[in-house]
Write a protein that binds this ligand. Structure first.
Ligand SMILES: [Zn+2]
Length: 301
């Protein structure tokens, strides 16, 4: 049973928005590409977990904190006698491990060994279970999901699951009978309630309201949209969107990128920068948000 599904992170959404509204550096583009790639791999694994049998609880994308240390769990599977803690990597191409360091074969560049990240998460998670007075054993694994991933000199004693081993891993899991009780369900609910929404590891480019491109952009080709009757229309690809939906989408974008700025019809008017009256923005804001402040100084939450 799936208790928490995965969505693109705020960090990934922000990078998508910023890419349309400013010139990213090569390094920032690379960071964004890595986020997209990682997310794609995680979604691929989520699909595989949909076919799990027996009674199990599945939680995707959990961010927890123990003693001021944050750690992320890509997928957590609670079975009767085991909790599986899974880290998913979507690396591609040829890699090799040498004295615990991970290198890309084509560039020779050194990368963080995901097994270290996993061991840290597993240790913190076990601490958390102790705090919650739980004794269920934890099995942690890194799954390399990309079928075009090859790891030379893969050590056999590491918690690594290679692309060719994933189906066996799932088969073995499915062959382990599992009946859950109230204790398992309570633990799952406790973990969900401890989930943190603000990720301290988020890395975003430096950006300011004044410096970003204003306007509403096409979902398909990222060109500017223009208002036509009650729609927003893309002159480049012909894509269109209902005006209210488009405005709401751009309000959400503004809110995510500028959580500290007040949401007002003036700020949205500037942000959307289209040939649309301020009254239209006020109407959409009123419809989807709650008005606060005095009439002359209204903002929305
Ligand atoms: Zn378009």
């Amino acid at each position: 049973m799936l208790l928490k599904r995965r969505f693109p992170s705020d960090e990934l959404w922000s990078m998508r928005y910023l890419n349309t509204r400013m010139e990213l550096t090569e390094k920032e583009k690379q960071h964004w590409a890595n986020l997209e790639k990682g997310y794609e791999g995680e979604v691929k694994f989520d699909l595989l977990t949909e076919k799990l049998t027996e009674e199990r609880l599945v939680i995707h994308d959990l961010l927890l904190e123990v003693n001021n240390s944050y750690f992320q769990i890509d997928t957590l599977i609670i079975s009767e006698r085991t909790i599986h803690l899974i880290e998913i990597k979507n690396f591609q191409g040829d890699w090799h491990l040498e004295s615990d360091k991970l290198y890309a074969a084509n560039t020779g560049r050194e990368y963080k060994n995901p097994v270290y990240q996993l061991k840290r998460s597993a240790a913190l998670f076990r601490q958390l279970l102790q705090i919650l007075m739980q004794t269920i054993p934890v099995e942690a694994s890194v799954i390399f999901i990309n079928p075009e991933f090859t790891l030379y000199q893969a050590p056999m004693d590491q918690p690594i699951i290679l692309p060719t081993q994933i189906s066996r891993f799932l088969k073995d899991l499915n062959h382990t009978p599992s009946k859950l009780n109230e204790g398992h369900r309570k633990l799952a609910q406790q973990l969900l309630s401890l989930h943190q929404t603000k990720n301290p590891y988020t890395i975003l480019p430096d950006y300011h309201f004044d410096q970003l491109k204003k306007g509403m952009y096409c979902l398909d080709c990222h060109s500017l949209l223009s208002p036509v009757h009650k729609n927003l229309v893309c002159e480049k690809c012909g894509g269109h969107e209902k005006m209210d939906q488009g405005i709401l989408r751009n309000i959400k974008e503004f809110k995510l990128l500028f959580p500290e700025r007040k949401l007002t019809s003036q700020s949205i008017y500037e942000w959307c920068n289209a040939n649309i009256s301020k009254r239209t923005y006020s109407r959409v804001l009123k419809k989807y948000f709650t008005a606060r402040g005095s009439t002359s100084n209204t903002y929305y939450e």
